[in-house]
Design a protein around this ligand. Structure first.
Ligand code: ZN
Ligand code: ZN
Length: 101
């Protein structure tokens, strides 16, 4: 395999992967997925905290919720903040589907 060097820090990098190392590569292509990863981590953390406090499903009203539903879906501008998360059973959540609340 042949190598080039990062134009910023001169680290050796495989040819064909741009002119910069991973650390110095512009983030335009991967910006979306890294944002989504951050969202996922925030969602998981908030879901865990939420269910530790309250496991009563907001859809059927019974205890034992095992996931967190977005009151305002992410696709409609909702966030992963706890204020937008409601405890829900997976089954209740999926039967709700994508219909408007
Ligand atoms: Zn570099
Ligand atoms: Zn339920």
């Amino acid at each position: 395999m042949s190598f080039g060097t990062c134009s910023v820090c001169r680290t050796l990098i495989p040819l064909g992967q741009g002119s910069r190392c991973k650390r110095h590569r512009p983030k335009r292509v991967h910006a979306l997925s890294s944002t989504q990863r951050g969202y996922d981590a925030e969602y998981r953390r908030n879901r865990r905290d939420l269910l530790a406090d309250d496991d009563r499903c907001w859809l059927c009203g019974k205890h034992g919720a095992n996931t967190a539903d977005h009151e305002i879906p992410l696709s409609r501008g909702g966030t992963n903040h706890r204020t937008n998360l409601r405890p829900a059973h997976k089954s209740c959540n999926s039967s709700r589907g994508n219909r408007p609340a």
